[in-house]
Design a protein around this ligand. Structure first.
Ligand code: SF4
Length: 372
């Protein structure tokens, strides 16, 4: 049976991870730019779902669709796809391919079709699958997040319990290349429960790596309250990156509280100041236009991002209500004229990236200068 993977830029790392998992079970995922028999797999998000919907619906082959959008809307996606894989695909996708190849019927947990939806009853042990195989990707070191920020799909897809890849499993993938880059919801939480850092685990990881390490930069950003003397000392001693990327999201404590961020504005200020003490450039994420943000809240965000931009960099992005999140179904509020003006000036001077008017960049694309 020939199995293809529809090439979609935003899903490159999913391709690397899933092709490694499928290869273990004897299925090669061949890249394609159109649907081809016998099977073509897609991973779609909420921005590009409409772009691929007709292609999937009219494909002359069996289609399997996964990714954040399919996970949030399995039944709706099953109206135009033959099979939908929800959540993590490493275990479910090869199992589904084997069933299709054998011509068998039967419900598979984590799969939806036009006839049934069976929620997944397992979660993936990262060590059971290589981070990538023939196709290089970032090494996913941790999965799941104990926080539940109102705009974020990560806990919906991967759960609230943090799981980690072992040191040896990480090193065996990462050491194959000159640069080691990682995927994590919070790189400084490696080896921990996601709330209480284990710096010794991160130091063990760094000691296992034989190449140039990029840690705490996209796509392994960190949380601001994990930025401290221990973590920055590890970065300066072992890593190549001279930038550290973390999320502030708002300059208003009231907004942070409603988002459920689990940190305060003071945590962000402290993190930025500490970065400067260690000669590290802070790159700080902000979201503007959150639905419950008052004019006053937005001005506080503007003040904080201008302060950060004086000596660091900011990513400013327009709020996008993603399906499956607590803020799904809400609308982004309008931006104040001064928000537009100041963000424009900062972008022009090279201090600001992202897009305060185009949510697509915040959630699904990153400008190439994200990587230091
Ligand atoms: S934004 Fe980060 S900390 Fe918040 S839920 Fe998502 S992954 Fe977790």
């Amino acid at each position: 049976m020939q199995v293809h993977w529809r090439s979609i830029h935003a899903a490159q790392n999913s391709y690397a991870a899933l092709s490694a998992a499928c290869e273990q079970e004897g299925y090669l995922l061949l890249p394609t730019d159109r649907p081809l028999p016998d099977v073509t797999c897609y991973s779609i998000n909420s921005i590009n779902a409409s772009q691929y919907r007709d292609e999937i619906a009219t494909a002359g082959c069996i289609t399997i669709v996964g990714g954040p959008h399919a996970t949030a809307y399995p039944r709706e996606t099953a109206e135009y796809a033959d099979f939908v894989v929800t959540g993590e695909g490493e275990f479910t996708l090869p199992r589904l391919l084997a069933q299709i190849e054998a011509g068998r019927d039967g419900k598979i947990p984590g799969v939806a079709t036009g006839n049934y939806y069976e929620p997944a009853d397992t979660c993936v042990r990262l060590n059971a699958y290589p981070a990538f195989s023939r196709r290089q990707g970032y090494v996913e070191i941790s999965r799941g997040c104990p926080f539940s920020c109102g705009y974020c799909q990560t806990p919906q897809i991967f759960g609230n319990c943090m799981r980690h890849r072992s040191l040896d499993a990480i090193a065996s993938c990462a050491n194959r290349y000159e640069h080691a880059r990682f995927v994590s919801p919070n790189a400084f939480a490696y080896g921990s429960d996601g709330m209480h850092p284990r710096w010794e685990k991160i130091e063990h990881l760094f000691r296992k790596l034989k190449n140039r390490i990029y840690f705490g930069t996209f796509p392994s950003e960190v949380r601001p309250e994990f930025v401290c003397e221990e973590s920055l000392s590890l970065i300066t001693r072992y890593c190549t990156n001279t930038k550290l990327h973390f999320g502030a999201q708002s300059g208003s404590n009231a907004v942070l509280e409603r988002l459920g961020r689990g940190h305060t504005v003071d945590d962000v200020i402290h993190a930025v100041e500490l970065c400067h003490e260690f000669s590290i450039t802070p790159v700080v994420d902000f979201i503007v236009g959150l639905p419950f943000e008052t004019d006053e809240d937005q001005k506080k965000t503007l003040d904080l991002l201008q302060w950060v931009a004086r000596s660091g960099k900011v990513h400013v992005h327009r709020f996008l209500p993603l399906p499956g999140t607590r803020l799904a179904g809400t609308n982004a509020r309008a931006l104040l004229p001064e928000t537009e003006k100041i963000c424009g000036k900062l972008a022009y001077s090279g201090k600001l990236t992202g897009s305060w008017n185009d949510p697509e960049i915040r959630f699904f694309r990153r400008p190439s200068n994200d990587i230091p």
